[in-house]
Design a binder for this molecule. Sequence first.
Ligand SMILES: C[S@@+](CC[C@H](N)C(=O)[O-])C[C@H]1O[C@@H](n2cnc3c(N)ncnc32)[C@H](O)[C@@H]1O
Length: 476
Amino acid sequence: MEQQALPADYVKNMTNLLGAEEGEQFLKSYGKPRAYGLRLNTLKMTPSSPVMEVMKNQFHLREVPWCQNGFYYEESSRPGKHPYHAAGLYYIQEPSAMSAVELLAPEPGETILDLAGAPGGKTTQIAARMKGEGLLIANEIHPQRAKILAENVERWGIRNTVVTQSAPEGLSSRFPLTFDRIMLDAPCSGEGMFRKDPEAVKEWSERSVEACAARQWDIIHDAIKMLKPGGRLAYSTCTFNRQENEETIARLLETYPFMELITEKRIWPHKQEGEGHYVALLQRGGTAEEKLGIIGADVKPIRGRLQAESGAKGGRKAKAGKAAGSSKETLAAWQAFQTWADEDLPGYIPADGSPELFGEALYWLPRSSGLSLQMSQLSGLKVPRAGLHLGELRKGRFQPSHALAMASSAKEAARTWDLEPTSPEAAAYLRGETLPVPDSLKGWTLVTVSGYPLGFGKASGGQLKNHLPKGLRIQL
Ligand SMILES: C[S@@+](CC[C@H](N)C(=O)[O-])C[C@H]1O[C@@H](n2cnc3c(N)ncnc32)[C@H](O)[C@@H]1O
């Protein structure tokens, strides 16, 4: 982008911030090509998986220094158009945006909130680090964006995530002092998006910076209310001005003396290969502030919210007792699922959680040792995804969902039909077409590409009926 296309006030502010010499280098970075990145889905593969060789060659991958599973790719290789993308093997993410979750360092088994989650870059990164254990609530305020977030969670095959669509206060009133870690990737003035999205330049003004800082400040209170004593908060933006970054954090530290700044990190486009990001990692002090009554008196835990459940692990059958404790309908749906899974997905073992039925749709609601969600807690909230959607019970027959296919592995399935990524059959499956298969293949079949699920098909009479949802069918 030409330098003169940048707003004059912005150029002046950045020169003031960085000084004349560095400011010039910074502004020159707008004339350079932007960085493209993808991050591997370690829920499905690792950098040593055989498909990695194919990906390295095809996408010309180079490591992102600050993210273990992050890679730069060559724009012309278009990994977003590859069947491996549909199989959820990676997430296309601007490289510097990968830094925030690295700093937050989520652990398996924890209770984590991604407060401003869509489209899902940080949610998918957190989920990968949680390895399917614990509970992640991924939230997004805007309905359309929450839908995209839910789709990305599904494509990544994440089992332990509930997607909510709520304003931050809708969550903080329900989940006080709850989370081990919170990611707040705040809505911001997007100065780090200028090279990627020239529209962001048009929307920039000093007023919009002020408005963003005010909005961030509003959201921060809710984030802090929900953090457990000892819990960590990562606050990030893709903007450069100090008002939305260091100054917001300084104000936070002043207002909440029990919060401690652990570290701050900046990525600059003139210093690193990335569009730019700011992250602050903070920790909530022990329990002193609660003793002192510093936490908001408006926050009251919902009764029965934290249940002292041991969260027994075990196979599908071990969980049936839990369903019996809820309703007859849930138990019937859960039993129908078990019967189906014994036949078609015998290796599938759910994470810690319980079945929940919404109309005909059966979900597996995950839980962590810190939070055993009750559906009553979510009442009044929009919940696009109440955990892993297992499928639907229709007229007594269980029909598996696409989400279940994506969260499964080939070794869990009774039948698979594997396709070469470059084959016409893979493209045909992704377009939603029926595939020819041997007569001997019968029943629900996990369709895979290089061994990774793309979706379900149902085989009979030499044909594989396509069960890829209509909205996900694509022309490669
Ligand atoms: C920077 S984006 C999040 C990107 C996401 N974390 C990712 O990595 O893909 C900020 C998000 O905040 C949402 N948002 C906007 N206003 C908000 C508000 N008042 N409270 C919470 N979130 C808000 C936006 O819709 C947007 O999806």
